[in-house]
Unconditional design. Structure first.
Length: 338
C-alpha cells in the first residue's frame, strides 16, 4: 500500500529540519516543536494548577500569545500535552516531561534563526506529527528516505532499516519504507514477527546458559571456600569474591557490542605480542590440567623448597580443617558473596 501525499509532505518537511543540522546537533530527546517560542511557566506547578494571571500574556504553542476570556481559553493556547497531563494526586509535571520541555526550548534558542522560517510549515500538522524522534545516532547521513518510519501517537519515529520496529499494525502505525514509497505489508510483518520471535528465543537460550554458568561458578566457589582450598590452592572468601567478579561481571564491550568480563578480556589480550609469554604459561597450565585435573603432580614435585613448604602447609591446614569441621550440609551457594 502506497502512502498518502500528506505523509510524503510531512516527511519532506521534517527532512528540511534535518538538513539544517549536523549529525552531532540532532537532539537525542524527542522534538516537541510546539515548544519552539513558548515561555509559559512549567517548572513549578503545572499550568492547569496556575491562575489566569500566571498565564496571561505568556507565550504558548509555537510562541502564540496566551489570551482568552477564561482560564480554559488560555489553556487551549498551550500544547495539548501541557493543558493537563497530571494524575489526580499531582501538581507538577513529571521530571521527564519537564526535561523534554526545557530541552526543546534550549534547542530553539540555539537555532532560532532558521527555525522561525521553518515553523510555519509544520503548524497545521496534527499534534502527533509535530513531534519527531530521530533514533539513528549521529554516525550516518541525516536522511529519512533510507530509514524506517512510524507515525505514532508519541510522534514520528525514524529508525535505521536494520532495526525491527514495534509491530503495532493499526492503520496509523504500520511501518513505512520511504525508499519504496509504501507501507510494510502484512506478509512482511508476519515474517518479521517470526524473526523477532526467533531472536528472542535465541536470547533466552543464551541467558539460560549464562544463568547456569553463574550458578555453577558460585556453587564451586562456595564449596571450595568451605574447604579453604581448591585442589591444594588456598582460597578464602575475599579471594573467591574477587574471582567471582573476575569471571562473572561484564565490564567491557567489543566494537560489535559483545560484552566481556575481565577474564574474557584477559584471554583476548593474550593475542598481543607483549603477552605471549603469559599465553604460553596459561597454555602450559591448561595442558597440565588435561593430564592432572587436581594438579597433584605440581604439589608433589614443587621446584623449590619454598613451594614444597607452601603445599605442605596447605595440606596441613586442609587436614586440620577437615578433622575439626564435620560433615554438615552444604550452605546456600549464594549466601556469602551476594
Amino acid at each position: 500500500m502506497t502512502f498518502k501525499e500528506t505523509t510524503k509532505n510531512h516527511l519532506m518537511i521534517w527532512q528540511e529540519f534535518l538538513d539544517n543540522l549536523k549529525p552531532e546537533e540532532v537532539p537525542r530527546f524527542p522534538i516537541w516543536a510546539m515548544e519552539f517560542g513558548a515561555d509559559y511557566p512549567f517548572e513549578g506547578k503545572a499550568p492547569i494548577k496556575l491562575s489566569s494571571k500566571d498565564l496571561k500574556n505568556k507565550k504558548g504553542a509555537f510562541g502564540t500569545l496566551i489570551q482568552g476570556n477564561s482560564f480554559d481559553d488560555m489553556l487551549k493556547c498551550l500544547p495539548t500535552y501541557a493543558q493537563d497531563g497530571l494524575k489526580s494526586s499531582q501538581t507538577e509535571f513529571p521530571v521527564w516531561k519537564k526535561y523534554y520541555i526545557r530541552a526543546n526550548r534550549e534547542f530553539y534558542a540555539k537555532h532560532k534563526e532558521w527555525l522561525d522560517i521553518w515553523i510555519p510549515k509544520i503548524k497545521e500538522f496534527e499534534n502527533s506529527h509535530q513531534k519527531f524522534e530521530w533514533n539513528c545516532g549521529d554516525k550516518g547521513p541525516l536522511t529519512i528516505n533510507d530509514k524506517i518510519v512510524q507515525f505514532r501517537p508519541s510522534g514520528i519515529r525514524v529508525k535505521q532499516p536494520t532495526y525491527s520496529p514495534a509491530l503495532v499494525l493499526t492503520t496509523t502505525q504500520i511501518p513505512i519504507f520511504p525508499w519504496l514509497g509504501r507501507y510494510m505489508t502484512r506478509k512482511e510483518a508476519a515474517k518479521l514477527q517470526k524473526l523477532v520471535a526467533s531472536a528472542e528465543q535465541e536470547l533466552q537460550q543464551k541467558q539460560a546458559v549464562r544463568n547456569q554458568y553463574i550458578t555453577n561458578v558460585q556453587s564451586i566457589l562456595q564449596d571450595k571456600v568451605k574447604n579453604k582450598e581448591f585442589d591444594g590452592i588456598p582460597i578464602n572468601p575475599k579471594l573467591a569474591g574477587e574471582l567471582q567478579d573476575f569471571l562473572l561481571v561484564d565490564k567491557w564491550k567489543t566494537p560489535t557490542g559483545e560484552t566481556l568480563t575481565d577474564f574474557d578480556r584477559a584471554i583476548l589480550d593474550m593475542k598481543r605480542p607483549e603477552n605471549h609469554e603469559m599465553k604460553v604459561k596459561v597454555g602450559l597450565l591448561l595442558k597440565l590440567l588435561e593430564k592432572d585435573p587436581t594438579l597433584s603432580t605440581i604439589q608433589r614435585t614443587g621446584v623449590t623448597k619454598k613451594s614444597n613448604q607452601l603445599f605442605g602447609e596447605v595440606a596441613r591446614q586442609v587436614t586440620k580443617a577437615k578433622s575439626s569441621g564435620g560433615s554438615g550440609s552444604k550452605a546456600n551457594p549464594n549466601s556469602w558473596f551476594l
